[in-house]
Design a protein around this ligand. Structure first.
Ligand SMILES: Cc1cc2nc3c(=O)[nH]c(=O)nc-3n(C[C@H](O)[C@H](O)[C@H](O)COP(=O)(O)O)c2cc1C
Length: 187
């Protein structure tokens, strides 16, 4: 049976990562349910000139960030994994402390309690003590902290390729096979 996952887009820099991740999931035949915070919409528009509607073709269903009745609010909906990409320090803080102010925080809380993979692609620099403590908290609660850090060793031709490579690493972490991804083969 094909996997069903949640992509949450929050208002950190790096909306391109989310767009490329959606494309990679579509290519892999994954059913992606998406939710975007208000700040996420703002950054998506600012960085890429896109709205959530522009991404509709890659998404099985969009859920409003204030819709606490959405399926992902309950463990009984049985999602296989959740990826917060990119993840702000604000959303990290809410998730780390079990505060469900929006559907993203609630869905992450549910994924953790159901012991399913939760990937947090956090992005901020530098990190203050509160960020660091929250990162450790989510780690200890079972989340996988995967900072949105571009890599250069695969010689990306541009930003899209760089973001796709990172999206592929996230796919690896939730056990999704993506054809054609560049991998390190040794020198
Ligand atoms: C252009 C832009 C870039 C931002 N980049 C970041 C970022 O990289 N990391 C971060 O933690 N917050 C960043 N912020 C601030 C968050 O959007 C803000 O804290 C917001 O309240 C987060 O809400 P959310 O977690 O619900 O999306 C950025 C804001 C803007 C407008």
């Amino acid at each position: 049976m094909s996997k069903k996952i949640i992509l949450a887009i929050t208002g950190a820099s790096g909306s391109l990562y989310a767009v490329q991740f959606l494309k990679v999931m579509q290519q892999a035949g994954i059913e992606t349910h998406a939710v975007i915070s208000n700040a996420g919409r703002l950054v998506l528009q600012h960085e890429l000139g896109l709205t959530a509607d522009d991404l509709q073709q890659y998404v099985a269903q969009w859920h409003a960030a204030d819709d606490f009745a959405a399926p992902m609010s309950s463990g009984s909906s049985r999602f296989d994994a959740m990826v917060v990409l990119p993840c702000t320090m604000g959303s990290l803080g809410a998730i780390a402390n079990g505060i469900a102010k929006n559907l993203i925080h609630r869905a992450a809380d549910v994924i953790l309690k159901e012991k399913k993979p939760l990937l947090l692609a956090v992005r901020e620099t530098p990190l203050n003590r509160i960020h660091l403590e929250n990162l450790l908290k989510v780690h200890d609660a079972g989340a996988i902290v995967c900072p949105a850090m571009p890599s250069f060793y695969h010689h990306p031709a541009g930003l899209e390729e760089m973001a796709t490579f990172f999206a592929g690493r996230l796919a690896d972490l939730i056990g999704i096979e993506v054809a054609g991804l560049k991998r390190w083969q040794g020198k």
